[in-house]
Write a protein that binds this ligand. Structure first.
Ligand SMILES: [Zn+2]
Length: 357
Protein backbone atom coordinates (compact mmCIF):
# COMPACT_ATOMS: atom_id res chain seq x y z
CA UNK A 1 0.00 0.00 0.00
CA UNK A 2 1.37 3.41 -1.01
CA UNK A 3 0.66 6.14 1.61
CA UNK A 4 -2.80 4.82 2.43
CA UNK A 5 -3.77 4.15 -1.21
CA UNK A 6 -5.28 0.69 -1.61
CA UNK A 7 -5.07 -1.50 -4.67
CA UNK A 8 -3.36 0.58 -7.38
CA UNK A 9 0.23 -0.64 -7.12
CA UNK A 10 0.83 -0.76 -10.87
CA UNK A 11 -0.18 2.91 -11.21
CA UNK A 12 2.12 3.85 -8.31
CA UNK A 13 4.91 2.00 -10.08
CA UNK A 14 4.22 3.78 -13.36
CA UNK A 15 4.48 7.23 -11.77
CA UNK A 16 7.47 6.25 -9.58
CA UNK A 17 9.39 5.10 -12.63
CA UNK A 18 8.37 8.18 -14.61
CA UNK A 19 9.58 10.47 -11.84
CA UNK A 20 12.82 8.54 -11.16
CA UNK A 21 13.75 8.57 -14.85
CA UNK A 22 12.82 12.24 -15.27
CA UNK A 23 10.16 11.31 -17.80
CA UNK A 24 7.03 12.28 -15.96
CA UNK A 25 4.37 13.45 -18.43
CA UNK A 26 2.28 16.59 -18.06
CA UNK A 27 -1.25 15.54 -18.94
CA UNK A 28 -2.97 12.40 -17.75
CA UNK A 29 -6.46 10.96 -17.97
CA UNK A 30 -7.29 8.58 -15.12
CA UNK A 31 -9.94 6.13 -16.29
CA UNK A 32 -11.87 3.55 -14.32
CA UNK A 33 -15.24 2.90 -12.65
CA UNK A 34 -16.55 5.35 -10.05
CA UNK A 35 -15.66 4.79 -6.41
CA UNK A 36 -12.31 3.03 -6.85
CA UNK A 37 -10.09 5.82 -5.56
CA UNK A 38 -8.92 7.74 -8.65
CA UNK A 39 -9.52 11.14 -7.05
CA UNK A 40 -7.80 10.09 -3.82
CA UNK A 41 -4.87 8.80 -5.88
CA UNK A 42 -4.66 12.07 -7.84
CA UNK A 43 -4.55 14.07 -4.60
CA UNK A 44 -1.83 11.85 -3.13
CA UNK A 45 0.19 12.12 -6.33
CA UNK A 46 -0.21 15.91 -6.21
CA UNK A 47 1.00 15.89 -2.58
CA UNK A 48 4.03 13.78 -3.54
CA UNK A 49 4.91 16.23 -6.33
CA UNK A 50 4.33 19.35 -4.24
CA UNK A 51 5.98 18.13 -0.99
CA UNK A 52 8.89 20.40 -0.04
CA UNK A 53 10.87 17.56 1.54
CA UNK A 54 10.48 15.06 -1.31
CA UNK A 55 13.63 14.14 -3.20
CA UNK A 56 12.17 15.00 -6.59
CA UNK A 57 12.85 11.48 -7.81
CA UNK A 58 10.60 9.46 -5.51
CA UNK A 59 6.90 9.52 -4.68
CA UNK A 60 7.27 9.94 -0.96
CA UNK A 61 5.46 12.92 0.58
CA UNK A 62 6.71 13.72 4.09
CA UNK A 63 3.29 14.58 5.51
CA UNK A 64 4.63 17.37 7.72
CA UNK A 65 6.01 20.21 5.56
CA UNK A 66 3.95 23.32 4.79
CA UNK A 67 2.97 21.96 1.37
CA UNK A 68 1.83 18.62 2.80
CA UNK A 69 -0.22 20.39 5.46
CA UNK A 70 -1.82 22.68 2.89
CA UNK A 71 -2.60 19.59 0.80
CA UNK A 72 -4.31 17.96 3.78
CA UNK A 73 -6.86 20.78 3.69
CA UNK A 74 -6.73 20.95 -0.16
CA UNK A 75 -5.71 24.59 0.22
CA UNK A 76 -2.37 24.45 -1.54
CA UNK A 77 -1.90 27.54 -3.74
CA UNK A 78 -0.35 25.41 -6.50
CA UNK A 79 -3.28 23.01 -6.62
CA UNK A 80 -6.43 23.58 -8.67
CA UNK A 81 -9.40 21.27 -8.19
CA UNK A 82 -12.46 21.46 -10.36
CA UNK A 83 -15.52 19.26 -10.85
CA UNK A 84 -19.21 19.51 -11.63
CA UNK A 85 -20.80 22.61 -10.08
CA UNK A 86 -23.80 21.80 -7.84
CA UNK A 87 -26.91 20.99 -9.85
CA UNK A 88 -25.02 20.91 -13.17
CA UNK A 89 -24.29 17.96 -15.40
CA UNK A 90 -21.67 19.62 -17.60
CA UNK A 91 -18.30 21.22 -16.85
CA UNK A 92 -18.80 24.80 -18.07
CA UNK A 93 -16.06 26.53 -20.06
CA UNK A 94 -15.87 29.29 -17.39
CA UNK A 95 -14.11 26.85 -15.06
CA UNK A 96 -11.27 26.60 -17.57
CA UNK A 97 -10.88 30.11 -19.03
CA UNK A 98 -12.90 32.36 -16.72
CA UNK A 99 -16.27 34.03 -17.31
CA UNK A 100 -16.91 36.54 -20.12
CA UNK A 101 -15.61 39.47 -18.08
CA UNK A 102 -12.42 37.65 -17.09
CA UNK A 103 -11.64 35.50 -20.13
CA UNK A 104 -8.14 34.03 -19.93
CA UNK A 105 -7.53 35.88 -16.65
CA UNK A 106 -9.10 33.22 -14.45
CA UNK A 107 -9.84 29.52 -14.48
CA UNK A 108 -7.79 26.36 -14.61
CA UNK A 109 -5.91 27.10 -17.86
CA UNK A 110 -4.82 30.49 -16.52
CA UNK A 111 -3.88 29.22 -13.07
CA UNK A 112 -1.83 26.28 -14.32
CA UNK A 113 0.27 28.63 -16.47
CA UNK A 114 1.40 30.66 -13.44
CA UNK A 115 4.77 30.18 -11.77
CA UNK A 116 4.49 27.76 -8.80
CA UNK A 117 4.28 29.61 -5.48
CA UNK A 118 5.85 27.03 -3.17
CA UNK A 119 7.67 24.38 -5.17
CA UNK A 120 8.47 23.49 -8.75
CA UNK A 121 5.09 22.12 -9.85
CA UNK A 122 1.53 23.24 -10.33
CA UNK A 123 -1.12 20.53 -10.32
CA UNK A 124 -4.68 20.73 -11.66
CA UNK A 125 -7.21 17.95 -11.14
CA UNK A 126 -10.43 17.83 -13.17
CA UNK A 127 -13.07 15.50 -11.76
CA UNK A 128 -16.04 14.40 -13.85
CA UNK A 129 -14.10 14.64 -17.12
CA UNK A 130 -16.93 12.52 -18.63
CA UNK A 131 -18.91 15.76 -18.49
CA UNK A 132 -16.57 18.02 -20.50
CA UNK A 133 -18.42 19.96 -23.18
CA UNK A 134 -16.92 20.45 -26.64
CA UNK A 135 -16.27 24.10 -25.74
CA UNK A 136 -14.61 23.18 -22.43
CA UNK A 137 -12.40 20.53 -24.00
CA UNK A 138 -11.41 22.95 -26.78
CA UNK A 139 -10.38 25.45 -24.11
CA UNK A 140 -7.98 22.81 -22.76
CA UNK A 141 -6.26 22.10 -26.07
CA UNK A 142 -3.50 24.69 -25.72
CA UNK A 143 -2.65 23.42 -22.21
CA UNK A 144 -2.65 19.83 -23.49
CA UNK A 145 -0.46 20.63 -26.47
CA UNK A 146 1.97 23.02 -24.80
CA UNK A 147 1.81 22.29 -21.08
CA UNK A 148 3.50 25.00 -19.00
CA UNK A 149 6.80 23.98 -17.41
CA UNK A 150 6.25 22.04 -14.18
CA UNK A 151 2.51 21.74 -14.77
CA UNK A 152 0.68 18.46 -14.22
CA UNK A 153 -2.92 18.18 -15.42
CA UNK A 154 -4.99 15.18 -14.33
CA UNK A 155 -8.42 14.52 -15.79
CA UNK A 156 -10.57 11.89 -14.09
CA UNK A 157 -13.23 9.96 -15.98
CA UNK A 158 -14.94 6.59 -15.97
CA UNK A 159 -14.52 5.24 -19.48
CA UNK A 160 -12.81 5.93 -22.76
CA UNK A 161 -16.10 5.98 -24.66
CA UNK A 162 -17.24 8.99 -22.61
CA UNK A 163 -14.26 11.15 -23.61
CA UNK A 164 -14.03 13.46 -26.58
CA UNK A 165 -11.54 12.50 -29.33
CA UNK A 166 -9.81 15.89 -29.04
CA UNK A 167 -8.83 14.97 -25.47
CA UNK A 168 -8.02 11.30 -26.11
CA UNK A 169 -5.55 12.10 -28.87
CA UNK A 170 -3.53 14.48 -26.69
CA UNK A 171 -3.33 12.83 -23.30
CA UNK A 172 -1.71 9.84 -21.57
CA UNK A 173 -4.34 7.39 -20.38
CA UNK A 174 -3.85 5.74 -17.00
CA UNK A 175 -6.26 2.83 -16.49
CA UNK A 176 -7.44 2.12 -12.94
CA UNK A 177 -8.84 -1.30 -12.07
CA UNK A 178 -11.64 -2.05 -9.62
CA UNK A 179 -10.34 -2.62 -6.08
CA UNK A 180 -9.83 -6.12 -4.66
CA UNK A 181 -12.61 -7.23 -2.25
CA UNK A 182 -10.21 -6.99 0.73
CA UNK A 183 -9.32 -3.39 -0.17
CA UNK A 184 -13.00 -2.34 -0.28
CA UNK A 185 -13.60 -4.11 3.06
CA UNK A 186 -10.58 -2.32 4.61
CA UNK A 187 -11.78 1.07 3.32
CA UNK A 188 -15.27 0.51 4.76
CA UNK A 189 -13.69 -0.08 8.16
CA UNK A 190 -11.04 2.68 7.87
CA UNK A 191 -13.64 5.26 6.89
CA UNK A 192 -15.87 4.09 9.75
CA UNK A 193 -18.75 3.32 7.40
CA UNK A 194 -19.20 -0.03 9.13
CA UNK A 195 -17.50 -1.41 12.22
CA UNK A 196 -18.22 -5.12 11.82
CA UNK A 197 -15.56 -6.83 9.63
CA UNK A 198 -18.03 -9.54 8.52
CA UNK A 199 -20.51 -6.92 7.32
CA UNK A 200 -17.66 -5.00 5.62
CA UNK A 201 -16.64 -8.17 3.79
CA UNK A 202 -20.22 -8.90 2.76
CA UNK A 203 -20.70 -5.38 1.33
CA UNK A 204 -17.31 -5.58 -0.39
CA UNK A 205 -18.30 -8.77 -2.16
CA UNK A 206 -21.26 -7.00 -3.75
CA UNK A 207 -19.26 -3.89 -4.60
CA UNK A 208 -17.69 -4.79 -7.98
CA UNK A 209 -14.50 -3.34 -6.50
CA UNK A 210 -16.02 0.10 -5.92
CA UNK A 211 -16.47 1.81 -2.58
CA UNK A 212 -19.45 3.80 -3.88
CA UNK A 213 -21.16 0.59 -5.05
CA UNK A 214 -20.56 -0.91 -1.58
CA UNK A 215 -22.22 2.18 -0.06
CA UNK A 216 -25.16 1.75 -2.43
CA UNK A 217 -25.49 -1.80 -1.23
CA UNK A 218 -25.51 -0.64 2.38
CA UNK A 219 -28.30 1.89 1.67
CA UNK A 220 -31.67 0.37 2.74
CA UNK A 221 -33.66 2.52 0.26
CA UNK A 222 -31.56 1.28 -2.64
CA UNK A 223 -31.75 -2.26 -1.22
CA UNK A 224 -35.54 -2.10 -1.50
CA UNK A 225 -35.22 -0.80 -5.06
CA UNK A 226 -32.90 -3.68 -5.92
CA UNK A 227 -35.40 -6.21 -4.53
CA UNK A 228 -38.12 -4.58 -6.60
CA UNK A 229 -36.03 -4.89 -9.77
CA UNK A 230 -35.15 -8.49 -8.93
CA UNK A 231 -38.80 -9.43 -8.51
CA UNK A 232 -40.04 -7.61 -11.62
CA UNK A 233 -37.28 -7.95 -14.19
CA UNK A 234 -38.22 -11.46 -15.13
CA UNK A 235 -39.41 -12.79 -18.45
CA UNK A 236 -42.68 -14.34 -17.32
CA UNK A 237 -44.27 -11.51 -15.39
CA UNK A 238 -42.82 -8.38 -16.92
CA UNK A 239 -45.13 -5.38 -16.92
CA UNK A 240 -43.23 -2.45 -18.41
CA UNK A 241 -46.03 0.09 -17.88
CA UNK A 242 -46.41 -0.68 -14.18
CA UNK A 243 -42.66 -0.82 -13.61
CA UNK A 244 -42.19 2.52 -15.44
CA UNK A 245 -44.60 4.32 -13.13
CA UNK A 246 -43.06 2.68 -10.04
CA UNK A 247 -39.53 3.58 -11.07
CA UNK A 248 -40.47 7.15 -11.97
CA UNK A 249 -41.89 7.40 -8.44
CA UNK A 250 -38.55 6.12 -7.12
CA UNK A 251 -36.66 8.78 -9.07
CA UNK A 252 -39.04 11.47 -7.77
CA UNK A 253 -38.53 10.17 -4.24
CA UNK A 254 -34.76 10.64 -4.58
CA UNK A 255 -35.26 14.43 -4.64
CA UNK A 256 -35.64 17.45 -6.89
CA UNK A 257 -31.97 18.04 -7.61
CA UNK A 258 -30.99 16.95 -11.14
CA UNK A 259 -27.76 15.19 -10.10
CA UNK A 260 -29.48 13.21 -7.33
CA UNK A 261 -32.23 12.12 -9.73
CA UNK A 262 -29.67 11.13 -12.32
CA UNK A 263 -27.75 9.11 -9.71
CA UNK A 264 -30.93 7.25 -8.77
CA UNK A 265 -31.64 6.47 -12.40
CA UNK A 266 -28.05 5.36 -12.91
CA UNK A 267 -28.44 3.04 -9.90
CA UNK A 268 -31.57 1.55 -11.52
CA UNK A 269 -29.70 0.89 -14.77
CA UNK A 270 -26.59 -0.61 -13.21
CA UNK A 271 -28.49 -2.71 -10.66
CA UNK A 272 -30.55 -4.09 -13.56
CA UNK A 273 -27.34 -4.70 -15.51
CA UNK A 274 -25.92 -6.54 -12.48
CA UNK A 275 -29.04 -8.70 -12.37
CA UNK A 276 -28.68 -9.67 -16.04
CA UNK A 277 -24.97 -10.38 -15.55
CA UNK A 278 -25.76 -12.71 -12.66
CA UNK A 279 -28.47 -14.46 -14.72
CA UNK A 280 -25.88 -15.01 -17.46
CA UNK A 281 -23.46 -16.52 -14.95
CA UNK A 282 -26.15 -18.69 -13.35
CA UNK A 283 -27.43 -19.91 -16.74
CA UNK A 284 -23.85 -20.84 -17.71
CA UNK A 285 -23.53 -22.82 -14.50
CA UNK A 286 -21.02 -20.41 -12.95
CA UNK A 287 -21.76 -20.34 -9.26
CA UNK A 288 -21.81 -16.87 -7.78
CA UNK A 289 -23.70 -16.83 -4.52
CA UNK A 290 -23.08 -13.19 -3.80
CA UNK A 291 -24.83 -11.75 -6.80
CA UNK A 292 -27.31 -14.53 -7.43
CA UNK A 293 -30.74 -13.38 -8.58
CA UNK A 294 -33.17 -14.18 -5.83
CA UNK A 295 -35.78 -16.96 -5.66
CA UNK A 296 -38.54 -16.74 -8.22
CA UNK A 297 -36.63 -14.48 -10.59
CA UNK A 298 -33.81 -16.94 -10.97
CA UNK A 299 -36.22 -19.82 -11.44
CA UNK A 300 -38.13 -17.92 -14.12
CA UNK A 301 -34.93 -17.28 -16.03
CA UNK A 302 -33.37 -20.69 -15.55
CA UNK A 303 -36.54 -22.52 -16.67
CA UNK A 304 -35.89 -21.05 -20.09
CA UNK A 305 -32.56 -22.88 -20.27
CA UNK A 306 -29.53 -21.89 -22.30
CA UNK A 307 -31.66 -20.37 -25.05
CA UNK A 308 -32.15 -17.42 -22.71
CA UNK A 309 -28.56 -16.21 -22.97
CA UNK A 310 -28.94 -14.20 -26.17
CA UNK A 311 -31.89 -12.32 -24.71
CA UNK A 312 -30.15 -11.68 -21.40
CA UNK A 313 -27.11 -10.35 -23.21
CA UNK A 314 -29.36 -8.03 -25.23
CA UNK A 315 -31.00 -6.85 -22.00
CA UNK A 316 -27.58 -6.22 -20.42
CA UNK A 317 -26.44 -4.24 -23.48
CA UNK A 318 -29.62 -2.18 -23.30
CA UNK A 319 -28.83 -1.28 -19.65
CA UNK A 320 -25.32 -0.14 -20.58
CA UNK A 321 -26.75 1.90 -23.46
CA UNK A 322 -29.28 3.52 -21.10
CA UNK A 323 -26.43 4.59 -18.78
CA UNK A 324 -24.65 6.25 -21.69
CA UNK A 325 -27.84 7.99 -22.78
CA UNK A 326 -28.19 9.31 -19.26
CA UNK A 327 -24.78 10.96 -19.64
CA UNK A 328 -25.96 12.61 -22.82
CA UNK A 329 -28.65 14.40 -20.87
CA UNK A 330 -31.64 12.57 -22.31
CA UNK A 331 -35.04 13.32 -20.78
CA UNK A 332 -35.16 11.03 -17.76
CA UNK A 333 -38.80 9.86 -17.92
CA UNK A 334 -38.58 9.21 -21.67
CA UNK A 335 -35.29 7.39 -21.20
CA UNK A 336 -36.78 5.13 -18.53
CA UNK A 337 -39.88 4.37 -20.59
CA UNK A 338 -37.90 3.60 -23.78
CA UNK A 339 -35.57 1.34 -21.79
CA UNK A 340 -38.48 -0.64 -20.34
CA UNK A 341 -40.25 -0.83 -23.74
CA UNK A 342 -37.09 -2.27 -25.27
CA UNK A 343 -36.72 -4.77 -22.41
CA UNK A 344 -40.37 -5.81 -22.98
CA UNK A 345 -39.53 -6.48 -26.62
CA UNK A 346 -36.41 -8.44 -25.67
CA UNK A 347 -38.43 -10.50 -23.16
CA UNK A 348 -41.47 -11.14 -25.38
CA UNK A 349 -40.19 -14.30 -27.16
CA UNK A 350 -39.48 -15.74 -23.70
CA UNK A 351 -42.97 -14.89 -22.46
CA UNK A 352 -44.37 -16.70 -25.51
CA UNK A 353 -42.18 -19.72 -24.78
CA UNK A 354 -43.24 -19.75 -21.13
CA UNK A 355 -46.95 -19.55 -22.02
CA UNK A 356 -46.55 -22.64 -24.23
CA UNK A 357 -45.15 -24.68 -21.31
ZN1 LIG B 1 5.88 17.26 2.65
Amino acid sequence: MWHGIHGHDSVVQRFSQGLASGRLGSCYLFLGPAGIGKHTFALKLAQALLCQNASGSSLDPCGSCEACQLMASTNHPDLDLIGLPAGKNRLPVELFIGDRDHRHQEGLCHNISLRPRLGSHRVAIVDDADCLTVESSNSLLKTLEEPPRGAILILIGTSRSRQLPTILSRIQIVPFNPLPVEAVASLLIEQQIVSDPTRAHELAQHSHGSLSRALEFADPELGALRDQLHSQLQPTAFDSVRLASELIAQVNQAGKEANVRRQRLRAIFHMSGDLFRSVLRASSGVSDDHNKPQGKTLQAWIRQGESVQGHVLAALDRCLEAEQQLDRNANQATLLECWLDDLAEIFSPMQDAESRV
